[in-house]
Design a protein around this ligand. Structure first.
Ligand SMILES: NC(=O)C1=CN([C@@H]2O[C@H](COP(=O)(O)OP(=O)(O)OC[C@H]3O[C@@H](n4cnc5c(N)ncnc54)[C@H](O)[C@@H]3O)[C@@H](O)[C@H]2O)C=CC1
Ligand SMILES: O=C(O)CCC(=O)C(=O)O
Length: 413
């Protein structure tokens, strides 16, 4: 259903990093045609220029939406991360500015799990080395150091959506699965939760990382952790680049303590496909290096485009913030006819709601519906009143913006 909110053309959607065209289709079907689309990430200066009149911005993992960038976008009302990770966005700065951030928490889970499984098998069979040598004309038909996955011990660090899906797939191959997570998690199948990272590292033949980037995970695998791993064990990282100390990994590979690795993510990644890439890992034939493509499948990208664009359009149309990662979540019914809807995002401090309600009461306006959620810092209230004409609604909005503590207020319809 196309919801008739006001001035849809004033809402510029800035879509970066080649998000799937399914996002554009959804936005257009929802009545939003003011879309600026870029195939790659923009450099800082170009981003500041493009974002300054954007109401919504859509990014993948390359674009860093820092506080400085967010502050260059006075009209910005919502951010869409067309991926799972949201570490590229300063989430606190966004909430302080009254900007909800949405992502696609499940859409590429399966794609990552499948790639990781394939890489584990290739590394256990030493295929990357055999492949590199064959390309150089060297026929090296040997079984030394080549293993079946069946019966091997897989250690998963981070047993969330991806880690737990990998666990199920790996068990179907006959692997024994162990995991470490800071939360107590329901083990699927015969998987076993380990009491510590050290216990997991000591137990595993293959270790795969599936944690988000946050202060507890940055460099969680470094020299000390490599020393705790079994000789010739294999490391897979398709989570975030900063989770592994790349120099320590290079040392562990050079000393042959680690038998191989598959690395999809790097502490610093090229901003676009036209920029060069280099890493100390490029010298090792037993390392599979991929350019952050864990979630890059047609299936995942199309679903992500639909999911995140739908969330942005829904927020713009109705104010729904369901599944926002940094914001009070309000799930709203489809607006009934004969209603004008305002939203007010404010600092979570005493007196704001009273002031808002007084504003409507003083004008003799009946509140037909009110939806409020708060986080420690931010309050978000959606107010439906019996329908008023546009000029009156604009007057109310002007007053609503002046309520002490208000960060942002909008008239939706
Ligand atoms: N390579 C790629 O293209 C992709 C990479 N990713 C990355 O994978 C990460 C994981 O994705 P999901 O499984 O969907 O996330 P999730 O949020 O479902 O699971 C993450 C798990 O890590 C655990 N965790 C957090 N901090 C931890 C710590 N210090 N030690 C141990 N466990 C910890 C959490 O409790 C949670 O169970 C994402 O945050 C993203 O950075 C996601 C999709 C694609
Ligand atoms: O596909 C992308 O651009 C990023 C994928 C990713 O890392 C994620 O979903 O967190």
């Amino acid at each position: 259903m196309v919801v008739q909110t006001l001035n849809k053309d004033e809402n510029k959607f800035l879509l970066l990093e080649g998000v799937h065209p399914s996002a554009i289709e959804i936005l257009k079907a929802s009545g939003y045609s003011n879309i600026e689309y870029y195939k790659g990430a923009l450099d800082e200066q170009a981003l500041k220029e493009a974002i300054k009149d954007a109401r919504f911005v859509g990014v993948r993992s390359r674009t860093q939406l820092t506080e400085e960038i967010i502050n260059c976008a006075p009209k910005l009302a919502g951010i869409g991360c067309f991926c799972i990770g949201t570490n590229q966005v300063n989430l606190q700065a966004a909430s302080r500015r009254g900007i909800p951030v949405f992502n696609a928490p499940f859409s590429n889970t399966r794609s990552v799990a499948e790639l990781v499984l394939a890489e584990m098998i290739l590394l256990l069979r030493r295929v990357p080395e055999a492949n590199a040598q064959a390309h150089l004309g060297k026929w090296n038909k040997i079984a030394i150091g080549s293993h079946e996955a069946r019966g091997k011990r897989l250690g998963i660090i981070g047993y969330g959506h991806i880690g737990s899906q990998l666990s199920v797939l790996a068990e179907s191959l006959g692997m024994k699965v162990f995991f470490y997570d800071i939360e107590t998690k329901l083990p699927l199948g015969n998987a076993k939760q380990m009491p510590s990272l050290a216990a997991l590292l000591a137990e595993s033949d293959v270790i795969s990382l599936h944690v988000p980037e946050n202060p507890t995970t940055i460099k969680m695998i470094g020299e000390k952790e490599f020393n705790m791993m079994k000789p010739r064990s294999i490391l897979v990282n398709a989570s975030r680049g900063k989770v592994v100390d790349i120099d320590a990994l290079a040392n562990a590979l050079a000393s042959k303590h680690i038998g191989g690795a598959a690395i999809d993510v790097f502490p610093s990644e090229p901003a676009s496909n036209s920029e060069p890439f280099s890493s100390p890992l490029c010298q090792f034939d037993n390392v599979i290096i991929t350019p952050h493509i864990g979630g890059s499948t047609i299936e995942a990208q199309e679903n992500i485009g639909i999911e995140v664009a739908t969330k942005l359009a829904k927020y713009s149309d109705s104010g729904s913030t369901l599944s926002a990662v940094n914001f009070p979540e309000v799930s709203l019914p489809i607006p009934s006819k004969g209603v004008s809807r305002f939203i007010n995002i404010h600092k979570n401090q005493p007196g704001v709601l009273t002031a808002i309600n007084t504003l409507f009461a003083n004008r003799g306006l009946n509140i037909a519906g009110q939806y409020l959620q708060t986080s420690p810092e931010v309050g978000y209230v959606v107010i439906d009143i019996d329908s008023v004409d546009f000029t009156r609604a604009e007057d109310i909005l002007t007053e609503l913006k002046q309520v002490t503590g208000t960060i942002k207020a909008r008239l939706l319809f």
